[in-house]
Design a protein around this ligand. Sequence first.
Ligand code: SF4
Length: 359
Amino acid sequence: MDNHILEVSNLHVSFKTRNGEVPAVRGVNFSLKKGETLAIVGESGSGKSVTAKSIMQLLPKQNTIIPEGEIRYEGKDLLKFSKKEIQSIRGSDISMVFQDPMTSLNPTMKIGKQIMEGLSRHMNLTKKQARERAKEMLELVGIPNAEARLDAYPHQFSGGMRQRVVIAIALACNPKVLIADEPTTALDVTIQAQILRLMRGLQEKMDTAIILITHDLGVVANMADRVAVMYAGEVVEQGTLDEIFYRPQHPYTLGLLRSMPNLDAPRTEPLIPIPGSPPDPATLGTGCPFAARCPYTMKVCHDHNPDYTAVSGTQAVRCWLQDERTPDEHVPEVIRKGRQTSEIAADQAAIDAAGGVPV
Ligand code: SF4
C-alpha cells in the first residue's frame, strides 16, 4: 500500500519578471512518508524555498506561474484546491516554520493568543480548552513557567525561545506535515542543537513528517532520513542519508560535501569550495545546469540535460556519468572504472576515517 502522505510530481514554478518568465523550480519530484524527515539541500537560489512555499501556496499569486505539476497531499492535488480549502489545511494538516521567528509572530499580540488562534480556527475548541492546549504546547517545547508566559509578548522572549514558540504554534493542531525552512539558521550553535533536538523529540511523539529546507549538511546529518539535493531549480540527486553522505553520485553533491564545514566530525581533508556560481535561471540552456562548474563535463552535458538514473531502489541521480546511454569513451578516464569518481571514493574514505556520518 502507498503510504506516502505527500507527493510532489514534475513541479514547475516560474516568476513573471520585467524580462519575461524566469523558471525557479524545474520538474521537481519527491515524496514523503508519515513520520519521516526529508531534507532538501542546496545553495541559495536553488529552488528549495520556492518548492516549500508552493506546497503551502504562499507564493505571491500575481507573479507566480505553476504551469505543470502536482502536489498530492493524502492523494488530493493541492494545486487544484480553492483558497478556502488551502486555508483549512494550512496550520492544521500542514504547518510551516520559517528561519526568522519574528516574521512568523505578531509583535503586538500575546503569545498565548497567537497559539490559541489556530486552535480555535481548526480544532473547534472553547476559549478555555484552547488556552489549556496553548499552555501544554509551551510546556512541550520547553518554555518554563508556561501559564504566565502565555501573557507575554514576542519581544519578551529570546531568539531561541521565540523559535520554540513558533514550533509550538506550528504543532498545536497536530499537523501531519511540518515544513521547516532553515529553522535554526538565525540561532547560535548551542540553541540550534536544542531546537533540532526538540523538533526530533516532538516528531517522534506526534509522528509528524518533516520537510527540512537547509543549506547546512551538519543539520541534515542530525535530522534527515532521506535527502534531496537541489541545483538550479532541479532535484539533481536524492537518496537515503547514508547514500547521499557515503555514496554521492552527482558531482554537485560531492562538491557540497567537500565544501561545507558543518559536519560535526573532524575532517581529514581540507575544505574545497565549488568553483564558480550557480547559473542565471533566466538564461539556462538545454544542457546540464551544472556543466559550467563540473570537473567532469562531457560534450553531451552541454547539449542535453540528463534524465534521472536509478542508482538503487532509493537513490536516483541526474548526471550523464551514471547514464548507461553515455558511451564509455566519453566518460573521463578517472571515473570510467565503475563510474565512481576517485574523489567520491576519497571523500567516503574521509567520512569513514571520521567514524561515519555524525548522528
Ligand atoms: Fe557534470 Fe555532465 Fe553530470 Fe552535469 S551531467 S553533473 S556536467 S558530468
